[in-house]
Design a binder for this molecule. Structure first.
Ligand SMILES: [Zn+2]
Length: 233
């Protein structure tokens, strides 16, 4: 799997210059590229697997399979499927690198199952060889740019209750709470009992800006940029 780096917020990345053309994968593109890279890099040996486009936000691409144990105890892999996410605007090269990354997993699953799963030494060796020979930049994991991170956020309007929490030290924070009276009451009671809060106001909103905050009645407060917050409250 071309996984996303664990804490993408730390890596407001710089690898995506703004003059480059961004695109989203579609199925015809992925199939065409699979065929091209199969000929070019894998000697045409990979039978074409089912390929699908998903809307996943946890990966750029994934090579799914089934695993079974043979009579001799060894693992065998089958039913390979390649899935590419169209959630993110990527550079064409990034989409191509993702497809090749998944094709390496697929090759290993078919022809060298002992080197499955994950990014084994064989995976890294093949990745390095392809990178050098074809001037590519395939990696084990991807880091998201700020724009891509934004695209992991669900932008559909949902009904939220937002608590605007004034702290005694002067800071103003928010907390998103499920639209249920008992959650709202619980949050208010707990926060006021903490001794740090001077007042709490509650708003109802469907602004997708608030989708990025966890919705619960946990006694926590988030402090978004005050100017940004002012636009949304
Ligand atoms: Zn991988």
């Amino acid at each position: 799997m071309a996984k996303l780096a664990k804490n993408p917020l730390r890596f407001f990345a710089t690898f995506m210059p703004c003059y480059c053309k961004l695109m989203k994968a579609d199925i015809a593109y992925v199939q065409e590229k699979f065929r091209e890279f199969n000929r070019l890099m894998f000697g045409g040996k990979l039978p074409e697997p089912p390929m699908t486009i998903t809307n996943a936000k946890t990966y750029f691409g994934v090579c799914a399979f089934r695993k079974h144990r043979k009579w001799n105890g060894r693992l065998e892999y089958s039913d390979f499927k390649i899935r590419i996410s169209r959630r993110f605007d990527l550079l064409q090269e990034e989409i191509d690198d993702t497809i090749i990354h998944e094709m390496i997993h697929y090759w290993i699953g078919l022809f060298s199952p002992a080197d499955m799963p994950g990014h084994s030494p064989l995976f890294r060796k093949m990745m390095k060889e392809i990178n050098q020979r074809f001037d590519r930049n395939i990696r084990v994991s991807h880091r998201l740019s700020a724009e891509q991170l934004e695209q992991t956020i669900d932008n559909r309007p949902k009904k939220h209750v937002v608590a605007r929490v004034m702290l005694k030290d002067g800071r103003i924070g928010i907390k998103v709470i499920p639209c249920m009276e008992r959650h709202i009451r619980r949050y208010q009671r707990g926060m006021m009992a903490s001794g740090k809060v001077s007042s709490i106001e509650f708003f109802q909103t469907t602004d997708p800006f608030f989708n990025r905050f966890p919705s619960s009645s946990a006694f926590t407060v988030y402090f978004p940029d005050p100017d940004v917050l002012a636009e949304h409250l």
